[in-house]
Write a protein that binds this ligand. Structure first.
Ligand code: HGY
Ligand code: MN
Ligand code: MN
Length: 400
C-alpha cells in the first residue's frame, strides 16, 4: 500500500508532497483509497463533502467504529502526516481478518478531504462541513491563491458543490472515531514508546495580516518618502516570536505573498499569515492580541494600512475521557502498565469530530519529531506497532 501511494503528488526536487485539495494529486489519492476499499470487499462511499468511507457491515445498524485520517498534505509535506493513519487503517483490518475477528459493530475506514487547508486556507474542510462547523455559504467564500473558489475546484474535480453540507445522519451512526497519526513532536521518542494516546489538542488558528503601502521605485525613492509595508511585516514577525516566548506559546509566519513582488519595486501589499497555538485559550488570545497591537503600531508608524482577518480557528479539544481510558486499558499490558497519554499542538479531523462523536487518537513515534517537511519519518517497526495497536483497539471496540 505504502509503495503504491508514495509516488502520488511527490515533488522530485524537494522530495515533499503537494497533494492539495481537489487537484489531480488529490484525485489520484482518492482513487488509491477506493481501490484499497474495493479490493477488500468493503462498501465504498463518497459523502456529500468529498470524504471517503469504506464500510464493513451495515452502516444503518449504527454505533459504528470508524478509523481513518487524511491523504492531503501541506506544501512539501512529509509522507506520514495523514497517510500513515489511512494505510494503518487498512492494514489493521487485514490484521483483524488474519486473527479471525468477529465484528459485532459496523466498521468504517475513512479519508477526510482537505484536512491541511493548504490550498484554501481553512483546516479540516471535509470534516468541518460534515460536522456542520463550516456552512456551504462559508465554504463558497474560500479561494485559493489563483482566486479559484472551493466550489469551482470541486466542480473541476468532478464533485457536485451543490451537495455539500452538514451530515448529522452519518455522524449519528458513529459510536467511536479513532485516528492514528504520526506524532508531530518528540514526546514518544523521549519516553521510549512506539505508540501513545492523545489527551488533547491545543487551541490554534490562522490569521491573515494585510499590510498595504505604496508601490514605488526601489532605486529612486528616498527612504523618508517611502510607505514600505515590508518593514511593518518584518517587525510584526519578530513581535510574534517575542509574544509567543513570553506566553509559552508558538507563533509562526510561514506564508507570505508580496505584490508586485519585484526585486526593484517597493511593495504595495505584503500579506502574511500567522499560525499561533497555545496550551490554553487565554494564552493564545494574549499572543494574538499582542501581535495585532504591535502590527498596528508599526503600520501606523510607517503610514501603512493594516487589515487582519482570522481565517481558521479550532478551539481546545479534550478527547473523550471514557474512550481515551478504554484505549489505555486495551493497549496497556502487564509489563508496560500504561501507554503514554500526550497532548499535541497539531490539529486533526479527530479534533473537529470530537464535538459530534466520541473520538480518540493514537500517535506513532516520530524519532526526530519533524513534520510538515520532506524529512518527516517514522521507523517501519514503529509503524507496524501502530498497526498492531490500532488492530487491538478496533478489536476491543468492535469485536466484543
Ligand atoms: O496544522 C495542523 O496542525 C495540521 O497539520 N493540519
Ligand atoms: Mn499536518
Ligand atoms: Mn495530519
Amino acid at each position: 500500500m505504502w509503495r503504491d501511494l508514495a509516488p502520488i503528488g511527490r515533488n522530485s526536487e524537494s522530495g515533499g508532497y503537494r497533494r492539495f485539495a481537489w487537484t489531480p494529486a488529490d484525485t489520484d489519492c482518492r482513487a488509491w483509497f477506493k481501490d484499497q476499499a474495493e479490493s477488500r470487499g468493503l462498501t465504498y462511499e463518497l459523502d456529500r463533502n468529498g470524504n471517503q468511507w469504506a464500510w464493513l457491515g451495515d452502516p444503518a445498524t449504527g454505533n459504528a467504529v470508524v478509523t481513518g485520517s487524511h491523504l492531503d498534505s501541506v506544501p512539501d509535506g512529509g509522507a506520514f502526516d495523514g497517510p500513515l493513519g489511512v494505510v494503518s487503517s487498512f492494514a489493521a483490518l487485514d490484521e483483524l481478518r488474519r486473527r479471525g475477528a468477529e465484528f459485532t459493530r459496523p466498521l468504517a475506514l475513512t479519508n477526510f478531504g482537505d484536512e491541511e487547508g493548504a490550498r484554501f486556507g481553512l483546516a479540516c474542510v471535509g470534516s468541518r462541513l460534515t460536522a456542520g462547523r463550516l456552512t456551504p455559504e462559508q465554504a463558497a467564500q474560500l479561494r485559493d491563491g489563483d482566486g479559484v473558489s472551493l466550489p469551482q475546484a470541486m466542480e473541476r474535480a468532478g464533485h457536485d458543490p451543490e451537495a455539500i453540507g452538514p451530515d448529522p445522519e452519518r455522524l449519528a451512526r458513529i459510536g467511536a472515531f479513532v485516528e492514528l497519526h504520526v506524532e508531530q513532536g518528540r514526546a514518544l521518542d523521549l519516553s521510549g514508546d512506539a505508540v501513545g494516546i492523545a489527551s488533547a489538542i491545543w487551541p490554534h488558528g490562522r490569521w491573515r495580516f494585510d499590510f498595504r503601502g505604496e508601490a514605488n521605485h526601489a532605486g529612486t525613492t528616498r527612504l523618508v518618502d517611502r510607505r514600505d509595508p515590508m518593514l511593518s511585516y518584518a517587525q510584526t514577525v519578530l513581535a510574534a516570536r517575542r509574544e509567543a516566548e513570553l506566553a509559552g506559546a508558538v507563533a509562526t509566519f510561514g506564508k507570505i505573498s508580496v505584490e508586485p513582488n519585484g526585486v526593484n519595486a517597493i511593495p504595495s501589499l505584503v500579506r502574511g499569515w500567522l499560525d499561533s497555538r497555545a496550551a490554553d485559550q487565554q494564552s493564545l488570545d494574549t499572543v494574538v492580541t499582542a501581535v495585532e497591537k504591535a502590527a498596528r503600531e508599526y503600520a501606523d508608524a510607517h503610514g501603512i494600512d493594516l487589515e487582519t482577518v482570522r481565517e481558521s480557528f479550532t478551539p481546545v479539544v479534550e478527547f473523550d475521557h471514557a474512550l481515551r481510558d478504554e484505549l489505555g486499558r486495551i493497549l496497556g499490558t502487564d509489563d508496560q502498565l500504561t501507554v503514554p497519554v500526550l497532548g499535541t499542538g497539531a490539529g486533526h479531523d479527530a479534533g473537529i469530530l470530537a464535538d459530534s462523536v466520541p473520538t480518540a487518537m493514537l500517535f506513532v513515534r516520530n524519532p526526530t519529531g519533524v513534520s510538515h517537511s520532506p524529512a518527516e519519518h517514522a521507523a517501519e517497526d514503529d509503524c507496524l506497532a501502530g498497526v498492531s495497536a490500532l488492530a487491538d483497539v478496533l478489536e476491543g471496540l468492535a469485536c466484543r
